[in-house]
Design a protein around this ligand. Structure first.
Ligand SMILES: *Cc1c(COP(=O)(O)O)cnc(C)c1O
Length: 484
């Protein structure tokens, strides 16, 4: 039921204080001709309406949510507590910096922590999401090439296994994409990369890479890869959206990367999935730092005051002011709560949990690229199951819903057919993993014995199979009042 259908004329709870200023009527031409059709509902009805809606969705607090390449991790409540402190919420972006020193300190400490975690020299916290960060990083690389008089470097190398946002960001940044294939292990084909760099040479702006890659594999040739790109004059960009496997253990800066973005809303614990707010800080080595967008926080000249600074060569603004500040507060809270040891432990547990599930499911499901040991996620390929039983990755994903489990990421990476990409994350208990493993195994058995039942799943959710194409092509975005 929609809130408009609950509406009854005259019902409601608007209790506005008496007007204590002189009334002013705007010009007639600025007045609307009829009152807005706002739903008229009482406060308990509103509360129930939204609680009921919330119960129809599945969130991290409702059950297992192994959505690969998204790191839907548990978000500790203390992050919310700090992010709602009045000192962080009741501020204005234009108020003088010396009246908001605590907020500047948050930005500065977060920048330093992210620098230490990634091995980068400076960060901008402006980008609002991962893809926005990629776009920012590519603009940094572009600005650096242009400043060197290297105007012909317009091509960016992207592996075929990359997140879809990588090639899209490259195009947004005015670059053209060269695809490099994966080898049979799902890693970058080093010989193919070498020949691309030899052929294209001075046209190469750089390489964008996710490591561990989207198949959950840490590329064993990573140093060789970054060296090859540097030797032809390119820059190397690290897609660090999901740092969950390596934070506290390995650093992109030490692998030879020049620039990186992180998704605070994945790895550093901010609720996401509902469309934001997110944060995709971009870090870089010192040679790219002069081009960073927005302002940076610097130690002021007069003693201990912090101040904003803007570089002369800055590429401009990627977003207004300082990015999504409260996401930064959550991330810093998370980092400080765990500490260096805790972050490392989170990574180790994320990898352990993924490998536990992988080991328990390997005899039932085919694993992409024959991976034996994975990082924080693994990819199953159900091509053979589809062939033999008619049950697809989609059917298994829908079947999981009937067991209160959110489906893994489906049909990604594109290099794997009938892919299901599972990322359990570090906070799930052995019991939760065991339950999920049992469900996965049971669904595989049903695929053999009763495939038809899986084509009909889910049957216990508020809605069954939806027309996803119809929803995307012909979305119904407004309520039809049925008059006019
Ligand atoms: C999620 C993700 C992105 C994009 O991040 P958004 O915040 O959704 O824009 C980019 N790359 C990888 C590998 C990701 O997992």
């Amino acid at each position: 039921m929609l809130i408009f259908e609950r509406s009854r004329d005259g019902r409601g709870n608007h209790m506005l204080p008496a007007c204590d200023v002189e009334k002013y009527m705007p010009d007639e031409s600025h007045l609307r001709s009829s009152a807005p059709r706002l739903p008229q509902v009482s406060e308990p009805d509103i509360a129930r309406h939204y609680s009921q809606l919330a119960r129809k969705a599945h969130g991290v607090n409702d059950g297992f949510y192994p959505l690969g390449s998204c790191t839907m991790k548990y978000n500790p409540r203390i992050n919310e507590k700090t992010a709602s402190l009045p000192g962080f919420t009741d501020i204005h972006p234009l108020q003088p910096a010396d009246t908001a020193q605590g907020c500047l300190q948050v930005l500065k400490e977060l920048e330093e922590a992210l620098g230490e975690i990634t091995g980068m020299d400076r960060f901008t916290l402006q980008p609002a999401a991962g893809a926005h960060g990629e776009f920012t990083g590519l603009l940094l690389i572009k600005a650096w090439h242009l400043a060197n008089g290297d105007v012909s470097r317009t091509k960016i190398i992207v592996p075929d296994s990359a997140h879809g946002t990588n090639p899209a960001s490259a195009v947004m940044a005015g670059m053209s994409v060269i695809n490099v294939d994966s080898d049979e292990k799902g890693c970058v084909d080093v010989e193919k990369l070498r020949s691309i760099c030899e052929e294209e040479g001075s046209a190469i702006a750089g390489l964008m890479l996710t490591n561990p890659n989207t198949a959950g594999i840490f590329d064993p040739n990573i140093r060789q890869i970054t060296d090859i790109v540097h030797s032809c004059g390119g820059q190397v960009y690290y897609d660090g959206a999901n740092l969950n496997a390596i934070m506290g253990i390995a650093r992109p800066g030490d692998m030879g990367f020049d620039c990186v973005h992180l998704n605070l809303h994945k790895t550093f614990s901010t609720p996401h999935g509902g469309g934001g707010p997110g944060s995709g800080p971009v870090g870089c080595k010192s040679h790219l730092a002069p081009f960073l967008p927005g302002v940076t926080v610097e130690q002021g000249a007069e003693g201990d005051k912090l101040a904003f600074a803007k570089g002369e060569k800055s590429l401009g603004e990627m977003k207004n002011f300082y990015g999504n500040f409260l996401v930064a507060v959550r991330a810093l809270t998370y980092i400080k709560t765990l500490g260096a040891e805790g972050l490392r432990q989170a990574s180790e547990n994320a990898v352990l949990n993924a490998n536990y599930m992988l080991a328990k499911l390997r005899d039932t499901y085919d694993i992409a690229f024959g991976v034996k040991i994975c990082m924080h996620e693994f990819v199953m390929t159900l091509e053979d199951m589809l062939h033999k039983t008619g049950v697809s990755a989609m059917d298994i994903a829908k079947g999981l819903l009937d067991h209160g489990i959110h489906p893994p990421t489906m049909y990604f990476p594109l290099t794997v057919h009938e892919a299901l990409m599972v990322e359990p994350t570090e906070t799930e208990s052995k019991e939760t993993l065991d339950e999920a493993i049992a469900v996965f195994r049971d669904l595989a058995r049903r695929a053999q014995e009763d495939p038809e039942s899986l084509h009909r799943a889910p049957v216990t959710t508020p809605v069954g199979r939806l027309d996803e194409v119809g929803a995307a092509r012909h979305p119904v975005l407004k309520y039809d009042f049925g008059e006019e």
